[in-house]
Design a protein around this ligand. Structure first.
Ligand code: ARG
Length: 588
């Protein structure tokens, strides 16, 4: 469906033309004085210079020539030259009825769907998920869902960190602890055991221990680096250990992401790039893109317009080992071969921006990625605690994601059981659902690139700009609809009529914005715009609810119209929270 604001603009544009002015001045925006009007056009001000006329004169000319008035009810020229507009309540109701009849609720799906790949999550195997991984998962999941809603073909890839130095560290530490394992016996040529020589808990202890030792002890570090090198070059026993690490770790990651309601289509990782690396390096050397620099192999990525120094992209260390840039470039080759994406979006900590500038430039310059393919880096800020420093446990350690989720769920459970008497099982389930909304909305309601403060009290509150408040609103609507049905009425075939009061019209206008908001959130990769929208929409609904007797309305047609508006409001809210990655419970 066309956006309602464009339909209004269309009528204004015709009037500009009829009055002899260019239609480009007919831009209509939402009003920034909602007390005076709903929409406004400031084009008369912009045109004043060109037409050498007072803006108010232009505004009056335009209004005098307004003949098409399906969507415009009131229009007024206000000094110094604003055009203030109110929408026609009948047309708004008709627009909403059309929205309600459309299963996409008015969204225009992409006519030529793009193949989009979202690279998000990015956990490192054998290290527990910590809160830093939360942001990538939550933002990426939402970007993926928004793009899908707009009709694109989207794949989410977790891009595991499974090929670096941490693997060498684990191999080294394991070898010290259990030197007799067959993986470390070069003469062993039987079948390696199927069962891993460690559990996830052990693995999560081995890695930090090894990492600590390597920092203290240079010889240990050398050993781990060498083990990494051997692994990357196909050492049989180490590869078998690596497979065990992957098996144990991935099973644990799957469980954790499932709890977060995050789903990846592809579980690929840095290790999958390995197969492409030798040919890539040979090719880059041969074509003259890569050259040696102090023993390492690099690609120059400086550009003339640079205002700051962009160092070359390193693709091989002097000892022959691959780097982060190597696996990212090789992964692009693999993605190009397998999916030929139109757009790849990386959702990674903004401190990695330089790395991605280097990789993107190298990929374009060398033709690894075709010129028309879009590469975007959506860098996110840090999640801080109330003290403004990166979020930590009470004891000051790194907070594990599981523990954070558990803490929020406990908090929600308390609130739910304080509110009303409810069965233990239901309360637990609801706490899980609402807790997730608190975490996700708390994160997504901020512009991704900004740091934000993770404030458990604020995020779990049922009031204010929070996930639980949005869910509370949806639950309130559900409860009214259930009562309506319980009274013997049906939700089928209900239609909206023109609004009968101010808060109803305000709610209706909010609902009409749905397609515009989603399109905009997609174009700008900005889930926070959806959060801002559903907060406004929930506020508009709650105002309407407090000012209107809905179920006790005596005029039968009016009551049906209210109910139709409730149904549509609920559908819009639910569709929005779905793309944000959470859902509403039945009661709370
Ligand atoms: N594993 C990386 C980290 O923890 C993030 C990976 C991001 N994706 C990528 N293609 N580099 O920092």
């Amino acid at each position: 469906m066309k956006k309602i604001i464009d339909l209004i603009e269309q009528e204004i544009a015709l009037a500009f033309e009829a009055a002899g002015y260019d239609r480009k001045y007919a831009k209509v925006t939402l009003s920034n004085r909602p007390d005076l009007c709903e929409y406004q056009c400031n084009g008369a001000m912009a045109g004043a210079k060109v037409y050498k006329k007072a803006p108010i004169m232009i505004a009056k000319d335009v209004i005098a020539k307004l003949t098409e008035k399906k969507y415009i009810a009131d229009i007024e020229a206000v000094n110094p030259g604003f055009i203030n507009i109110k929408a026609n309540a009948d047309a708004v109701a008709e627009y909403l009825n059309e929205m309600k009849a459309d299963k996409e609720l008015g969204i225009e799906k992409a006519k030529e769907p793009k193949m989009i790949l979202v690279d998000y999550g990015g956990p490192n195997v054998a290290k527990p998920l910590h809160v830093g991984h939360l942001r990538s998962a939550v933002i990426g999941e939402s970007i993926k869902r928004i793009a899908r809603k707009m009709g694109h073909k989207v794949l989410g890839d977790i891009h595991l960190g499974d090929w670096g130095y941490q693997m060498g560290l684990i191999v080294t530490e394991l070898q010290k602890r259990q030197p007799d394992l067959p993986y470390f016996d070069d003469s062993f040529d039987g079948e390696y055991p199927e069962e891993a020589p460690f559990t996830i808990e052990e693995l999560e202890e081995i890695y930090p221990t090894a990492s600590g030792k390597a920092k203290e002890d240079e010889a240990y570090r050398e050993e781990a680096l060498h083990a990494t090198y051997l692994l990357q070059n196909g050492h049989k026993g180490y590869t078998a250990v690596w497979k065990h690490i992957m098996g144990v770790s991935v099973a644990d990651l799957k469980k954790n992401y499932k709890n977060l309601n995050v789903e990846f289509d592809l579980w690929k990782g840095e290790s999958d790039a390995q197969a492409y690396i030798p040919d890539m390096i040979a090719d880059l050397k041969e074509k003259g893109f890569a050259h040696e620099d102090q023993g390492a192999l690099v690609i120059d990525v400086r550009e003339e317009a640079d205002t700051k120094e962009i160092p070359p992209c390193m693709i091989q260390k002097s000892d022959g080992a691959s780097l982060y840039g190597t696996t990212d470039l090789a992964t692009l080759i693999q993605r190009e071969e397998d999916y030929h994406p139109d757009h790849i979006i990386y959702i990674v900590d903004k401190r990695q921006e330089l790395h991605f500038v280097q990789v993107f430039r190298a990929a374009k310059k060398t033709g690894i990625v075709p010129g028309e393919t879009k590469l975007s880096f959506l860098g996110f800020g840090t999640m801080n605690g109330k003290d403004g420093k990166p979020f930590k446990t009470r004891e000051g350690g790194v907070m594990r994601l599981e523990n954070l989720i558990a803490e929020i769920e406990d908090e929600m459970y308390q609130k739910i059981t304080d509110n009303r008497t409810v069965e233990e099982k239901e309360a637990k389930e609801t706490a899980g659902i609402v807790g997730l909304s608190a975490i996700r909305y708390g994160d997504l309601s901020n512009q991704a690139s900004k740091d934000y403060i993770f404030d458990v009290d604020r995020f779990t509150s049922f009031e204010g700009n929070t996930g639980p408040y949005i869910l509370y609103t949806i639950v309130r609507i559900k409860s009214i609809l259930n009562k309506y049905i319980a009274g013997g009425a049906s939700l089928e075939g209900l239609r909206m009529e023109a609004a009968s009061n101010g808060s109803e019209k305000a709610l209706m206008l909010e609902v009409t914005k749905y397609n515009e908001v989603l399109e905009n959130a997609y174009e700008e990769l900005a889930p926070h715009k959806i959060c801002a929208y559903i907060y406004d929409l929930s506020n508009a609904f709650n105002r309407f609810y407090h000012e209107t007797k809905i179920l006790s309305e005596e005029n039968g047609e009016r009551k049906k119209s209210y109910i139709a508006l409730l149904v549509l409001t609920k559908e819009v809210l639910e569709s929005c929270i779905d793309v944000l990655g959470f859902e509403a419970p039945e009661r709370m």
